[in-house]
Ligand binder design. Sequence first.
Ligand code: ASP
Length: 324
Amino acid sequence: MANKKILVLHTGGTIAMHQDGDGDVETSEENPLIQAIIKIPQNVTLQVENIFNLPSEHIGPKHMLVLYQRLLKANSEGFAGIVVTHGTDTLEETAFFLDSTLDIELPIVLTGAMRSANELGSDGLYNYESAIRVASDEQSSGRGVLVVLNDEIHAARFVTKTHTTNIATFGSPISGVMGILTKRQIIYLYNLPKRHVLPIHNVNRNIPVLKAYAGMDGQLLELLAATNIDGIIIEALGAGNLSREAATGVSYLLSRHIPVVIVSRSFNGVAEPVYDYLGGGVQLERAGAIFATSINGQKARLKLLIGLDNHLIDERLRKYLQTF
Ligand code: ASP
């Protein structure tokens, strides 16, 4: 059996934390995964790098860019796969960022934990071992970035954190789980449509995400137009609708040439224009808003950032964001 070298990049998160005497979870100076005894496939060796040691709330696009650059380099360093350990709070965003920007076939697997190293029922080591198994399996090549926790494999494009504390927190509401790990096997259940990948150089853009609600007025949107935002994501109602007042605010932003991207605040389903009245998706689109079809607000924000960094405007930006 040929030897397979897996690059492991630790970034922090609960998987690298421990519980103190009061039961509070805190960061560890040394990542407990480093000294842990783990069971990995016989022909696999690890090259471990502690790229960050941060709670994932402290991770933003600048850190994602550092990871992107390290992974681009790793692609020509003879690795068979890559594992990134990460806090679960923003794991889906880092996974999506890398999935949208890295045009590489190597398996790239993100994992994390909901319970820290010394908590009863800690899931860190188990998920770490699972991620190494998936990253060293040939079937995982060319599938884009994968998220592995709790015996499940999810596609970065669709995965989201669904529960505050349950270890079964990650789900893919639109597509369903992409694969499963059993004691002996890794089973993929479907292939995804091809990804649209663009490179990234600069992440210095200001793109807020706003959630719509019943009775939303347009005041905040108009105030935002006077700030230095590069675009805005609105988590709209249902299939992608807003109150009349918010729709007027959207028109105001668009008249100032600020891209407005519509996603749904609903947890499941695809956002698309359906209703033709003031605030309805059809009229929002006619006014110039862009529908980002199948992603949530936090991912749409990264996608807009990537699109703008690639100088996409007007129809090209629309097409990019709409692509599934
Ligand atoms: N707050 C933690 C983090 O994202 C949660 C976790 O890792 O599960 O860093």
